[in-house]
Design a protein around this ligand. Structure first.
Ligand code: PEP
Ligand code: MG
Length: 898
């Protein structure tokens, strides 16, 4: 088995198809070499060796790959005409990690490897540049010390040990910049660095280039299991057994004088997707100088340079002399680079992000990869490339990362403003978007300021109105399906949830973070896409739904077979979703309608009523309001099916818990405060989520079901009279047995028939059920005898299959994920292995009874791409998700079908 793959000089052992074995970087280096792009010669040690290293340890693995590595170094030596470790004509190498996917900044790199006290003298002579040689040596000892020998700051308060030495010398010499060091200073630094290593580790700094090489290779393997990499892997769900490859390459130098330089470029604009070549470079610099931002990088193209100068307010004369573009400064190198970028983009038929170095007038390409891009750029590039004939329709659709479409739908922070932002804490990115406003701590005070951010330990249904008014919602507790998160996503409102670092003092109206205090009325900003909580105001810009967005959406309809509906509780949400292409409503949560100020009262009266008569009276008040709600929603969805779910949450969520509100209610109902209090405590439950909710309410209080059924049917008939077609699908929540379903169905059909008689007219409607209790999935064949459709409520189904309370899981799920016990939050990504079996079984059993049974999903998973794919494979007719996830689900549905 081959463990080391060589590349360079227009040949290579590997190619771009071998990303799993060679890592992304290694595979692309091989490919570039094969198609004649000048890459510094080198070799890749495979990802399999990383796995072997983890099993067998250093010594065995070094023995195993030594002959291949020695041969590969010899190959580099032949191409470069230099020798590794040679005193007169030295070859230096870089050692870099390279996993199959790019994990920017997550793993380690060592440059200038192969230097020691003798080689440095040879390098100075060979390049005729003593300063360059010693600066490289200084950088090498520093990087190697840090990455391989563990010379990190001793505690989080300390600064880097090498930086400390440099600062010390700068103080002594009265200088400020690294560039002001003399050659003697650089020599002193190298010796001081090595002393520090000896002192800290008890060992001499390795002077043998081969020892250095093995040390670096092992360090790269180790970095795969470093904290940063593990965190990144977990975040993206990349498995630990992928491992990383190691790339060893001949060093080329951009810091050898005025005829050398280094830069980064993109074949298209990664921010907007525009088809313009762009990038930045620096003369006489090494890679890290461009990133470090100590010098102002210059633009690659003249057009780019002119644009930049305008933004930076640089005069043309100043621009030409001090910041010329590469195109102007080195026209022949630019021409060559431009040819390579065109060639590479065509070759990979995707936007490329490239790194290059010019050493003494010769251009080298160090890396190419498919460039990371914004959601807007992603869409534009896919459509443009389709039009240019670079990719076909299916490929264009597959180029869309569904979740990234989110960025296009919500107002966004101005990227310029974000750069200067002060991030004070981090929470879960519960609902994307950008929100800036003044802090309020109570929902009923959200309207106090024009722009407010509602800051809560957690939210409850009572907060709904305030949440709707606030620009954004921030909670200290709760996960991705917490109340705040679900509601915010439904509203398309920015929300950061579960920010554990926040200490909220309601009494004094103070938010404490990390020793800082923020008061009511102070400005904060939330980035719902990253979970960042930012001090003060950050400017936002409206997103533009460009022509390409519509084009990609239309394209998705051509390939998607499974429909996409929306979860919407108001005509406004319904309209938004319809604009995004929703093909119906899969879930209207009727309870949300009862929280508005003028309704909650009637609702509370209904709940507090002691007699059926009293309850019926209160329900009579609610009926016209509900009917009006449904008319609005049916009208917004004219001609499309609308699934309306009967009342679901535990009743105690509706009753007042604060003394003042309890008093008000008692006064209005002409009963004693005691009576109200008693009723409230009577309704309290140990496990409300497993308590008196769902169809259990309709079974104990049939008059509620009756009122809701009447409101639905009357609304549809009223619209019919106006020539508007409504297609209600009435859904019974939380059933576990056929008998439960039958009891509710009987009330619904009975009521409908009564209303039909009253109106002397009829409409078509369906009666179906949610499948959200495991028993319902297990007995789906029985339930399908009566139910006309199924909709999987995977929020509750997940809760009950795992036995994790939706409201409490936020306390332990993050730890589960951190420890790798769960890979992802099952409330966010459907657990196909477990909960998925119930979904699959429920669908199959249901259809074994009723072949054409309509099946959908309305849990939060309905808008999550991998779950959407699963639903497609299960044979569902539709998925239903919050309005702002409709475009995402449409793309995911098309991708599943491709
Ligand atoms: C569900 O349980 O998946 C569902 C959609 O209903 P809710 O979230 O309202 O309980
Ligand atoms: Mg449910």
């Amino acid at each position: 088995k081959t463990r080391v793959y060589k590349f360079g000089n227009k040949t290579a052992d590997g190619n771009s198809q071998m990303k799993n074995l060679l890592g992304g970087k290694g595979a692309n280096l091989a490919e570039m070499s094969l198609i004649g792009i000048p890459v510094p010669p080198g070799f890749t040690i495979t990802t399999e060796v990383c796995t072997e290293y983890n099993l067998l340890g250093k010594d065995t693995v070094v023995e195993m790959i030594k002959p291949e590595v020695e041969k590969s170094i010899e190959n580099i030596e032949n191409i470069m005409g230099a020798k590794f470790g040679d005193k007169d004509n030295p070859l230096l190498v870089s050692v870099r990690s390279g996993a199959r996917v790019s994990m920017p900044g997550m793993m380690d790199t060592v440059l200038n490897l192969g230097l020691n006290d003798e080689v440095v003298i040879g390098l100075a002579k060979k390049t005729n540049n003593e300063r360059f040689a010693w600066d490289s040596y200084r950088r090498f000892v520093q990087m190697y010390g840090d990455v391989v020998l563990g010379m990190k700051p001793e505690s989080k308060e300390d600064i880097d040990p090498f930086e400390e030495i440099m600062e010390h010398l700068k103080d002594k010499r009265g200088i400020e910049l690294d560039t002001e060091f003399t050659i003697q200073d650089l020599k002193d630094l190298v010796y001081d660095f090595k002393d520090a290593v000896k002192k800290r580790t008890g060992h001499d700094f390795p002077s043998n280039p081969w020892d250095q090489l093995w040390g670096a290779v092992v360090a790269v393997f180790n970095s795969w299991n470093g904290d940063r990499a593990v965190y990144y892997r977990n975040m993206h769900g990349y498995p630990a057994d992928w491992g990383t490859a190691v790339n060893v390459q001949a060093m080329v130098y951009g810091n050898m004088g005025e005829n050398s330089g280094t830069g980064v470029c993109f074949t298209r604009d990664a921010g907007t997707g525009e088809n313009i070549f762009n990038g930045e470079y620096l003369i006489n610099a090494q890679g890290e100088d461009v990133v470090a931002g100590t010098r102002t990088p210059q633009q690659i193209t003249k057009t780019g340079s002119l644009r930049w100068a305008e933004l930076a307010k640089v005069e043309e004369e100043d621009r030409v002399t001090n910041y010329p573009s590469l195109e102007e400064l080195m026209p022949s190198i630019y021409k060559e680079l431009n040819e390579y970028q065109e060639k590479l983009e065509k070759h990979y038929s995707d936007m490329q992000d490239m790194e290059f170095t010019m050493q003494d007038g010769k251009l080298w390409i160090l890396q190419t990869r498919n460039g990371k891009r914004t959601g807007a750029a992603m869409v534009k590039i896919a459509i443009d490339m389709l039009k240019e004939g670079l990719i076909d329709e299916k490929e264009a659709l597959l180029r869309i990362e569904p979740n990234k479409l989110d960025e296009l739908l919500h107002p966004i922070f101005d990227p310029k403003a974000l750069k200067a932002a002060n991030v004070i804490a981090q929470g879960l990115p519960a609902s994307p978007g950008a929100a800036t406003g003044k802090i309020v701590f109570f929902a009923d005070e959200a309207a106090k300021y024009k722009n407010s951010i509602l800051v809560r330990i957690e939210t409850s249904p009572e907060d709904l109105e305030g949440m709707n008014i606030a620009k954004g919602i921030l909670t200290a507790r709760g996960g991705m399906t917490s109340h705040a998160a679900v509601v915010a996503r439904g509203m398309g409102k920015c929300c950061v949830s579960g920010a554990g670092a926040l200490k909220i003092d309601y009494k004094n109206r103070i938010l404490k973070v990390d020793g800082h205090e923020y008061h009511e009325g102070d400005w904060i900003s939330l980035n719902g896409s990253t979970g960042n909580i930012i001090e003060g105001k950050v400017a936002t810009i409206e997103p533009e739904l460009s022509g390409e967005f519509a084009e990609i959406m239309n394209l998705s309809d051509k390939y998607a077979t499974m429909q996409v509906r929306t979860n919407a509780d108001t005509p406004k949400d319904a309209k938004v979703a319809r604009n995004f292409g929703a093909q119906g409503i899969g879930l209207t949560r009727t309870e949300h309608m009862f929280f508005e100020v003028d309704r909650i009262k009637a609702m509370r009266e209904m709940i507090l009523a002691d007699t059926v008569k009293g309850r019926k009276e209160a329900l009579k008040e609610l009926l016209p309001m509900q009917r009006e709600d449904f008319e609005g929603i049916f009208e917004a969805m004219e001609g499309l099916p609308v699934t309306v779910r009967l009342l679901d949450p535990p009743l105690h969520e509706f009753v007042p818990h604060q003394l003042a509100t309890q008093k008000d209610l008692a006064d209005e109902m002409h009963i004693s405060l005691e009576a109200v209090k008693n009723k409230v405590s009577e309704l309290e439950e140990f496990n409300p989520m497993l308590g008196h909710r769902g169809c259990r309410l309709g079974i104990t209080y049939p008059e509620i079901t009756e009122m809701q059924a009447r409101a639905i049917i009357e609304a549809a008939l009223n619209l019919k009279a106006k020539g508007i077609v409504a297609k209600p699908e009435i859904m019974i929540p939380l059933i576990g047995t056929l008998a439960e379903f039958e009891s509710q169905e009987k009330i619904i059909r009975g009521t409908a028939n009564t209303v039909f008689e009253e109106y002397n007219d009829t409409i078509e409607y369906l009666v179906g059920t949610m499948i959200e209790i495991p028993r319902a999935a297990l007995t789906a064949d029985l339930i399908a005898q009566k139910a006309e459709f199924f909709s999987f409520g995977t929020n509750d189904l997940t809760q009950m299959a795992f036995g994790y309370s939706r409201d409490d899981a936020g306390k332990f799920l993050p730890i589960y994920i951190e420890k790798g016990i769960l890979k992802v939050d099952p409330f966010e990504v459907l657990d196909q292995e477990g909960v998925g079996q119930l979904v699959k079984m429920g669908t199959e059993k249901g259809r074994s009874t009723k072949k054409e049974l309509k099946v959908g999903i309305c849990g939060e998973h309905g808008g999550e791409p991998s779950s959407v794919e699963f639903c497609y494979k299960t044979g569902m007719n539709y998925v239903s998700c919050s309005p702002f996830r409709v475009p995402i689900a449409r793309i995911a549905s098309a991708q599943a079908a491709i």
